[in-house]
Design a protein around this ligand. Structure first.
Ligand SMILES: NC(=O)c1ccc[n+]([C@@H]2O[C@H](COP(=O)([O-])OP(=O)(O)OC[C@H]3O[C@@H](n4cnc5c(N)ncnc54)[C@H](OP(=O)(O)O)[C@@H]3O)[C@@H](O)[C@H]2O)c1
Length: 346
């Protein structure tokens, strides 16, 4: 990173699942911070958070007058981003948005620093950079070396998504619902899930459209095409919520135009920075969401060529959705912007 002045940083949604993770990662990062502002709804006003030996007080977003900051990380959901992103950008901030609000806007780069860093070589015109969806980030980080090496016919994905993907409320609902079932008491409501997640799996993440496709399934295909710069990529998925507290898993089938050799696939994945390969399927080593360590990595196991089709490859991909899928990617975007002098140069 280039030597630079200390930055003013604001985190909107700092009390949420992603915002709290981001604050922790920022604390141990090498980004020099002059002033950190933690913002949330009025419900959280006055909450205290320790950051680098200082106490920060959470402020209500809609009561602050001055929006001037170098970086505004938005982790407050789509409606908050739609209302506040351009207001922060108009005051000179580089906005790094975790929501779905701007991801498919052609003027807004959608960045996974390990995959398409050149998308952030210049300051984007609207002053906004989008952080992709959690399921998309771990998918594109793992498949990047493979789809670069061979032409792809299609990709089929099934996700197994943790409760934390639905935020703090999702985690609380899984814990309370599990307790209620074990105690034989009733759960007052399933929200934010469509039905109770405790001891259950739900084949729906996000709203279902008129074609029967969920928003999560739509995002996975659209965002992967944009990040990988493969506008014609055929990618279809079923996104499933599972009763895991944190860590998304994906079963991914890639059909290439030509046969692939397992040894070559292993080589490509083993060389990929930030990908942890569990190569020895025979010893039954594979990642599971509860037990992964190295939370900044994407974990890939069960790698195998389809015995009925040498063009077909299966992968099992696991990552921490709050880190790899959100907070860490946002922080890496900030570091990339600093390295490229997209910020710190005003
Ligand atoms: N969870 C994931 O794995 C994940 C992964 C990728 C992307 N994302 C995206 O990241 C964003 C945050 O998700 P999350 O899981 O952290 O959600 P969350 O746990 O529900 O947190 C939401 C945060 O937004 C704040 N907030 C809500 N309404 C607000 C308002 N009107 N004004 C100011 N602040 C407001 C909340 O403040 P209070 O505490 O005061 O209510 C809280 O800090 C979402 O856009 C989500 O889609 C999440």
């Amino acid at each position: 990173m280039n030597p630079m002045r200390a930055l003013n940083i604001s985190i909107v949604g700092a009390t949420g699942a992603v915002g709290a993770e981001l604050t922790k990662l920022l604390e141990v990062s090498r980004i020099p911070v002059n002033r950190l502002r933690l913002l949330a709804s009025r419900n959280s006003a006055g909450r205290q958070v320790r950051f680098r030996d200082e106490t920060c007080f959470v402020e209500p977003l809609d009561e602050i007058g001055d929006l001037e900051t170098d970086i505004a990380f938005l982790c407050g959901g789509g409606a908050v981003s739609a209302e506040w992103a351009s207001r922060f950008a108009a005051q000179g901030a580089l906005v790094i948005d975790n929501s779905n609000a701007f991801r498919m806007n052609p003027d807004v780069p959608l960045v996974v620093p390990q995959v398409n860093p050149s998308a952030l070589s210049h300051r984007p015109r609207p002053g906004i950079v989008a952080n992709p969806n959690c399921s998309t980030i771990q998918l594109v980080r793992a498949v990047r070396p493979l789809v670069t090496a061979w032409d792809v016919r299609q990709i089929i994905v099934t996700t197994y998504q943790a409760a934390s993907g639905a935020g703090r409320m999702g985690i609380d609902k899984l814990r309370n619902g599990t307790r209620a079932v074990l105690e034989g008491s009733s759960e007052p409501s399933a929200a934010p899930f469509p039905v109770s997640l405790a001891f259950n799996v739900i084949p729906q993440v996000g709203e279902i459209d008129s074609e029967g496709v969920t928003l999560e399934e739509l995002k996975l295909a659209q965002e992967a095409r944009k990040i990988l710069a493969m506008p014609d990529l055929r990618l279809t998925s079923t996104c499933v919520r599972v009763p895991v507290e944190n860590g998304h898993s994906e079963a991914v089938y890639i059909e290439f135009e030509e046969p692939v050799r397992l040894g070559h696939v292993h080589e490509l994945l083993a060389q990929e920075a930030g990908v942890w390969l569990y190569a020895d399927g025979i010893r039954k080593e594979y990642p599971t969401p509860r037990f992964i360590t190295n939370l900044e990595d994407v974990h890939v196991g069960r790698v195998r060529v389809n015995p009925q089709n040498p063009r077909g490859l299966w992968l099992w991909i696991v990552a921490d959705n709050l880190q790899v899928g959100a907070a860490l990617n946002a922080l890496l975007i900030a570091q990339l912007a600093i390295a490229n002098r997209v910020i710190g140069e005003r």
